[in-house]
Design a protein around this ligand. Structure first.
Ligand code: GUN
Length: 283
């Protein structure tokens, strides 16, 4: 069997067309959704993500600005800036690109963002709401994965979902969103002994570790759905996922490629959250 592929790029384009219409409808009511992105330091990967956010905003009709700060910025300076953005009624969404330089306490920064403007869905108030199953801003990559599964009419309820990786950005929240969709969720991580024992049980396997080809065909069950969140650059400079795509696609029923799989959905969900923020703040 060769698996069906889910190209996030195609789904992202469809959703972005809808968001463009939503943004136009808001403009009719004199509401201009605005996203402010804060980038501290000059990490090349972060810079590239930030460019993608600006481009997507422009395409959809969301106004955006980028505040670039040197890596020497102090935590107090960053917290002061966020305070100003919290109070600025024109700013609907605030995104502080992670990772931050080591001398800044990342969680303190996230905690300082007004939860109503937290379009990343990282603030403890929004994480708590997600856990309670309430409507809120959901973290973009996990929310994008849910949309991808739904786009293929995958029945999540009752399925065994196994997550590899426990980051606050992907591993933990995707488990929560799948639980909210009534999956049976198993979280695994770097200290899980006999990882294969668990991955083999997965109807839906989500891999978000950041280690090239750590999951191979023999680690999955025949017919499993495999979502690869990894983005790694191999020795040849090529982007690869955490899953050995070439052999795993022969065993899985559905699989996402890297690049072109989950990646494009993340920014699209950020755009969705920004429009949602503008709508909520105007109400
Ligand atoms: N760095 C990597 N992914 C993300 C994300 O989703 N949001 C932010 N703010 N930083 C990131």
């Amino acid at each position: 069997m060769t698996a069906e592929l889910i190209y996030g790029k195609e789904l992202a384009a469809t959703i972005r067309r809808e968001l463009k219409q939503d943004a136009a409808a808001l403009r009719e009511q004199d509401i201009l959704p605005h996203l402010t992105v804060v980038l501290v330091g000059d990490d090349p990967a972060s810079r590239s993500y930030v460019r993608g956010k600006e481009k997507a905003s422009a395409e959809i009709g969301i106004s955006s600005d980028l505040i670039e700060l040197p890596s020497s910025t102090t935590q107090t300076e960053l917290l002061d800036l966020i305070q100003r953005l919290n109070l600025d009624a024109k700013v609907n969404g605030i995104l502080v690109q992670l990772p931050l330089p080591a001398h800044i306490d990342e969680q303190a920064v996230i905690n300082s963002i007004d939860p109503e403007k937290d379009v990343d869905g990282f603030h403890p108030a929004n994480v708590g709401k997600m856990m309670l199953g309430e409507d809120t801003y959901y973290p973009c990559t996990p929310y994008g994965i849910i949309q991808m599964l739904k786009s293929k009419d995958v029945e999540i309820a009752g399925k065994t979902a196994v997550i590899v990786g426990r980051s606050n950005i992907v591993g933990k929240p995707i488990g929560q969103l799948l639980l909210n969709e009534h999956a049976t969720v198993i979280h695994t991580h770097s200290r899980t002994p006999d990882l294969r024992h668990f991955t083999k049980q997965a109807d839906i396997l989500i891999v978000a570790v950041g280690r090239e080809h750590m999951i191979k065909a023999e680690d999955i069950r025949e017919g499993a759905i495999v979502i690869d969140v990894g983005v790694n650059r191999n020795a040849a400079g090529k982007l690869t996922g955490d899953v050995d795509f070439e052999n795993t696609k022969e065993v899985a029923s559905i699989i996402t490629p890297v690049p072109g799989g989950v990646g494009p959905m993340t920014i699209t969900m950020l755009m969705l959250n920004t429009i949602k923020a503008a709508r909520r703040q105007a109400a």
